[in-house]
Design a protein around this ligand. Structure first.
Ligand SMILES: [Zn+2]
Length: 267
């Protein structure tokens, strides 16, 4: 099965008007919140989020955002579902083995909430496509598993002033952070990880316990909603690191690197 080279798009071009009764019922527990209300729910419905990677992190990110009524989701993944993915990549089912992950994920999201538009890119976006899709998005979510992709997403976030929500999980450990490039003092992903040319350890090499990707991906989804609604201060400039063996979160403040090749003005 090859990649199609064109996005699969459920976008019907619908302009969001007033929510109908079914939508008011569907989102009623969120609308109740002071930080959301009908206005906030409308904002979520009109938002567009680009999620790169439909694996262990991308699964809960996409599923929670679809369920919560984030109205326009753009998924990218060029890989196919393998039986070894199913232990943790819960957006895919046993019946999806061999299917393109972007397409499999899109089907799950639409069955979860048919009111959201889901665009699926089943191939790797080149630099200009990534910039175009990041420009169109309100938030960019990094659910990839290698430094090359992570640095590319960081550059796209900085170039387009798009908030970047980053997550990583391996073994029993996970990290989550938010980078807001419009804030002058905000660090970027590369301030945290200078490009040493060393590839990240992968789950295939090191192993990963299933629920850790669920915890970290769910934190990323929460941060997306937080950023879209401007609800709270969130994670900008901080990393939360979870040790799943001791069940302890570490809260690390991230300084901006004045010599960072990605975000420093001197470069
Ligand atoms: Zn930086």
């Amino acid at each position: 099965m090859g990649n199609s080279g064109i996005p699969t798009d459920s976008n019907t071009g619908t302009i969001r008007g007033i929510m109908n009764q079914e939508e008011k019922d569907r989102y009623s527990r969120q609308i109740k919140l002071q930080q959301v209300g009908e206005e906030g729910q409308q904002r979520l419905l009109m938002s567009r989020v680009l999620i790169v990677g439909m694996g262990g992190l991308g699964s809960p990110v996409a599923m929670y955002l679809a369920a919560a009524g984030v109205g326009n989701l753009v998924l990218t993944d060029y890989d196919h579902v393998d039986v070894s993915n199913l232990q943790r990549q819960i957006v895919h089912t046993h019946a999806d083995i061999g299917e393109l992950k972007a397409i499999s994920a899109r089907q799950t999201l639409i069955s979860l909430n048919p009111n959201v538009n889901v665009t699926a890119f089943d191939y790797e976006l080149d630099d200009s496509e990534l910039l175009e899709q990041t420009t169109l998005a309100d938030v960019l979510v990094d659910c990839t598993d290698n430094f090359t992709s992570r640095f590319a997403l960081n550059r796209a976030s900085i170039a387009t002033d798009t908030p970047l929500i980053s997550g990583a999980a391996i073994r029993w450990e996970g990290l989550v952070s938010t980078f807001l490039p419009t804030i002058e003092s905000s660090p970027c992903y590369q301030c945290l990880y200078p490009d040493t040319g060393i590839e990240a350890a992968t789950c295939a090499m090191e192993g990963v316990i299933a629920p850790i990707v669920g915890v970290i991906g769910t934190m990323q989804a929460l941060e997306v909603v937080n950023v879209l609604l401007k609800a709270g201060e969130g994670l900008n400039g901080r990393i939360l690191a979870l040790d799943g063996l001791t069940m302890e979160w570490e809260n690390i403040t991230l300084p901006k690197d004045p010599n960072c090749p990605a975000c420093s003005k001197q470069h």
